[in-house]
Design a protein around this ligand. Structure first.
Ligand SMILES: [Cu+2]
Length: 176
């Protein structure tokens, strides 16, 4: 191969690479949706117990309690717990300390039910439905520690999230 020909091929290769990087850059620079945050403290509840997210959008569970919690997906129709949606977070001493978080994303639209297995337990109910109940030994306000993530592209549902779900740390929600 002549020198000029290999230079030409190298030049073509370079411009293809530049074009590819420009395209890839455009794809990368498309802003990813910010996470939706769900907070926990000593009240043993998920503060934003129903939130909507887009497919692929991260849901970040933030433990601002001094104690640990788990986040376990389940199917109300079968009572089966999820192997993939199965998180755990440690507590934190309080403001100014690191918080532990658990992040999950869902690829497809749907309803993702979950509960904290430390503070709630699944119970079979009439009609074949399984639902979390507060563990009798646990402090709380009578409600089980559970929640629902609606995975959707519906902008009305997405706009209905509570304001606190846009904030990673809630300054006044530590302890409880
Ligand atoms: Cu809990």
């Amino acid at each position: 191969m002549s020198d000029s020909r290999s230079r030409r091929i190298a030049a073509i290769g370079t411009s293809v690479a530049v074009a590819w990087l420009a395209l890839a850059g455009a794809a990368w620079s498309k802003p990813a949706p910010p996470p939706v945050y769900v907070h926990m403290n000593g009240a043993n509840e998920f503060l934003e117990n129903v939130v909507a997210v887009r497919p692929g959008q991260p849901v970040v569970f933030v433990d601002q309690d001094t104690g640990p919690h788990t986040i376990v997906g389940y199917d109300p129709a079968t009572g089966a717990t999820s192997k993939r949606f199965d998180g755990a977070v440690e507590g934190t001493p309080g403001p100014g300390h690191a918080v532990h978080t658990y992040t999950i994303r869902f690829r497809h639209a749907g309803l993702k039910f979950y509960f904290c297995s430390i503070h709630a337990e699944l119970a079979h109910e009439p009609g074949g439905v399984t639902a979390p109940k507060k563990r009798p030994t646990v402090h709380g306000f009578g409600d089980p520690m559970d929640g629902l993530i609606i995975v959707t592209t519906d902008r009305h549902l997405l706009a209905a999230n509570p304001a606190t779900s846009r904030q990673r740390i809630l300054p006044h929600y530590f302890g409880g």
